[in-house]
Design a protein. Structure first.
Length: 324
């Protein structure tokens, strides 16, 4: 395998004045403390970690090399802002997640894009009518050494309630979250809550160390790194999986009406169970908890078989070979 040409960039535009992004970064660091990688950044970092484990060499953001070697494949990982550069190289793009093809219908005409990687199969089906058949599912790997089981003796809480409800949160607070809380109490299960966007990574790790199982509430996921980190820690999941259309409010229902989607795109019977709404939650929780106590789940086994850093890096290299 030749040395890969990896590129990644985070959007950080000036907001009010030229170059004000630099002092804003400093202020953010002072006010918020050390930043943690976004989901897209974690895709890039975990891919690199998997390539490192395999001994694969790569250049990082070497634009000079790309310009001097227009026949060399460039691997644009994640952020679609990289597509706005004047590439003359063949391109492997993805895993893409922040732009729908309806906003870039001429991508394959204006650039030499050989293949687009997206995080899961339902996104493949959503993108192919716009961009054609060179769209493939590729999940990034989970660091199973960092996200590993803790002793069952340290688990003082039954359930971690993970709230990643993106839209109309007040509505779902009333119709879903309160139902979940109420039935957990009726069942006599202790729980703690964590809300996406309002915690630091170490807080999540500590919660997984303290909790026996997790309830995952999210309208849909393209990969779902947080729930897969929980699986890697040996924590089974009861997932809200309502199905239906992709309800991203930037697109649905006026511009894009696609379905069905899922909140757990990488999941099998070893990982836990699913429920579709508040009405079905009580009965599904009862079955889930009974099966958990009977030792029916083995969520880490699923991750070890499908989503390690090395397995997913190897799959990425298969895509590189397919387009070179």
């Amino acid at each position: 395998m030749k040395t890969l040409n990896l590129f990644y960039a985070e959007p950080d535009p000036d907001r009010w004045l030229a170059f004000d992004r630099y002092p804003r970064r400093l202020v953010r660091r002072i006010v918020r403390g050390r930043s943690h990688p976004s989901g897209q950044a974690l895709v890039f970092l975990n891919l690199r970690a998997g390539l490192d484990q395999m001994g694969v060499s790569y250049r990082l953001n070497d634009y000079a090399y790309a310009r001097a070697n227009p026949g060399a494949l460039v691997c644009l990982v994640g952020k679609s802002l990289l597509l706005d550069k004047p590439w003359e190289n063949p391109i492997l793009f993805g895993a893409a997640g922040d732009r729908h093809p309806i906003d870039d219908p001429t991508l394959f005409k204006r650039l030499d894009v050989r293949r687009v990687l997206v995080p899961c199969s339902w996104v493949v089906e959503m993108f192919r009518p716009y961009w054609g058949t060179e769209i493939f599912a590729w999940p990034v790997g989970i660091d199973t050494d960092r996200w590993r089981p803790s002793s069952s003796l340290s688990k003082s809480t039954n359930v971690l309630l993970y709230d990643k409800i993106r839209w109309d949160h007040a509505h779902y607070e009333e119709t879903l979250l309160n139902t979940v809380r109420q039935h957990l109490r009726l069942r006599g299960l202790t729980f703690q809550e964590i809300r996406y966007g309002y915690y630091q990574e170490e807080q999540f790790r500590t919660s997984l160390e303290n909790c026996q199982a997790m309830i995952f509430l999210c309208e849909h996921e393209t990969q779902g790194l947080a729930y897969q980190q929980a699986l890697s820690c040996g924590v089974p999941i009861l997932a809200w999986d309502r199905g239906g259309p992709w309800r991203d409010t930037n697109f649905y229902p006026d511009r894009v009406d696609f379905g069905p989607v899922t909140s757990v795109p990488y999941f099998d019977e070893r990982c836990g169970r699913r429920f579709c709404d508040g009405a079905s939650f009580p009965s599904e929780l009862d079955v889930f908890w009974d099966e958990f106590q009977a030792g029916a789940y083995a969520p880490r086994d699923f991750v070890i078989e499908n989503l390690t850093l090395k397995i997913c890096a190897r799959a990425y290299l298969d895509h590189v070979r397919a387009v070179t």
